[in-house]
Design a protein around this ligand. Structure first.
Ligand code: PEP
Length: 239
């Protein structure tokens, strides 16, 4: 099984989501790829109806680790459970770097997701400065140290170099393979590891041929339904 996941970030109204899902269901019928979309919180309720009975899975982009309380603007695992999400993204680089979520917080989020039986897509990745300093492996180790024992069957890890996210620049296929192998070495459980960072219709087939890659987490290109369909097909063919 391979995975093509789309993170819409802070994009997509409910109306956009409905049109998108209808179109995607017309365009693809993957045989060996699990496809999931991560719309904003406001579209989750609608999404759960739109995808019911189809091959499409869906998840949230973030959540708080408490079940309820005085955390203005936050969404809890209990609330996500109401929509029956298939996944929650934890530790996306934008959460780490813009919203300053640290390793301890992210561990608490993984534990909370597990308490509520929500599978996690846990994101890791080095910055450009860290790569240039030759400390990519140390950074990935540090990002995984608190969760490597608790991530378990059903969870997924996404390796997303920060410098490749939204930049149009990707590592070489060899570098992607090396980093993903290292992440797999660090994990206690045998989990799928996805690549993320400027995946698009032009590079998806090459990435799909990297044997260590179990799938991709796509940001910008997942907002264009025709392009996302091409990426799904690239992974469905290269098995
Ligand atoms: C992401 O948001 O996880 C991502 C990889 O973004 P992009 O594909 O736009 O680089």
């Amino acid at each position: 099984m391979r995975y093509v996941f789309g993170n819409w970030k802070m994009n997509g109204t409910l109306a956009f989501a409905k049109e998108y899902v209808d179109k995607l269901l017309e365009l693809v019928r993957p045989a060996s790829v699990q496809v999931a979309l991560f719309p904003p919180f406001t579209a989750l309720g609608g999404f759960s109806d739109f995808v019911k009975g189809t091959f499409l899975k869906f998840g949230a982009q973030n959540m708080h680790y408490e079940d309820s309380g005085a955390f203005t603007g936050e969404i809890s695992p209990v609330m996500l459970k109401e929509f029956d999400v298939d996944y929650v993204l934890i530790g996306h680089s934008e959460r780490r770097h813009i919203f300053l979520e640290n390793d301890e917080m992210l561990m608490k989020k993984v534990e909370a997701a597990h308490r509520h039986d929500i599978p996690v897509v846990f994101c890791v990745g080095e910055t450009l400065e860290e790569r240039r300093s030759g400390i990519t492996r140390d950074i990935l180790k540090r990002q995984l140290i608190l969760v490597q024992d608790i991530l378990s069957t059903g969870d997924i890890v996404a390796y997303e170099p920060v410098w490749a996210i939204g930049t149009g620049v990707t590592p070489t296929m060899e570098e992607i393979g090396e980093s993903i192998s290292w992440v797999k070495e660090l994990l206690k459980a045998e989990l799928p590891v996805l690549y993320g960072g400027s995946v698009n219709k032009g590079n998806a087939a090459d990435i799909a041929r990297v044997s260590e890659v179990d799938g991709v987490l796509v940001g910008g290109a997942s907002l264009k339904v025709e392009e996302f369909a091409i990426i799904i097909e690239a992974f469905d063919q290269n098995i």
